[in-house]
Ligand binder design. Sequence first.
Ligand code: BGC
Length: 268
Amino acid sequence: MDNQNLKGQSAIVTGADSGIGKGVALALAQAGAKLLVNYFHNLQAANEVVSQIIDEGGEAIAYQADVSKEHDVQRMFAHHLDVFGSMDILVNNAGLQKDAKFVDMSLDDWNTVIGTNLTGQFLCSREAAKIFIQQGIRKGISKAAGKIICMSSVHEVIPWAGHVNYAASKGGISLFMKSIAQELAPQKIRVVGIGPGAIQTPINRDAWESPEALTKLLTLIPYNRIGQPEDIGKLAAWLASDEADYITGTTIFADGGMTLYPGFADNG
Ligand code: BGC
């Protein structure tokens, strides 16, 4: 985005040290927002994102927190307010996969994925909503009192064998996002989901690293290319801006057509 339509705003992006989160943090900063770049364990990667933002003329800090831990989340939001004085945008991005056949899936792998992907979105959104309600609309900054973007996946609608913890977390995000959107709309808080398809990041390296894997993956993508973090970053920056002021309670899929059931193109 070339325009600065997030100027004067500040954002927390969780899991912003790599992959889609990094793409989103960079895009929000390019649109003028000040960033808290949250990371779980890779300080060096988070610092590189911060340096890139600062080099491009933006403002950013790195901050460690495990989004599945209530205390960590509360201390992260308090720190954001200490540093930036207000808050306008939350991007619930932190997420992970711990794949296993259903009958072999351990309770630990189930709980870890639900804890980060779903409970993490609950904990962060609750803190953000409290701030947005207390703050109200900041005139001249944004038409909304706050914006919450929930990173989901095509797997909020596409079942995924061998990944049931992940698919359950994303299906959960869909109704979590819609329910809080319904509850918070009267307070002028917008809540939207983004459903990425296959984006070229570390989480799905196995699916694109070899030419054979990539060819197989592309049979699921009618638009015939793997997505890039910027595809999602630009969408997030637009959804957070006033240009999307009438959008709340829905997931926008950015997936090159993966949700179009390409297997039916010449079948059924
Ligand atoms: C997953 C990726 C996968 C993509 C499409 C994403 O939500 O994290 O591993 O490639 O969905 O299936």
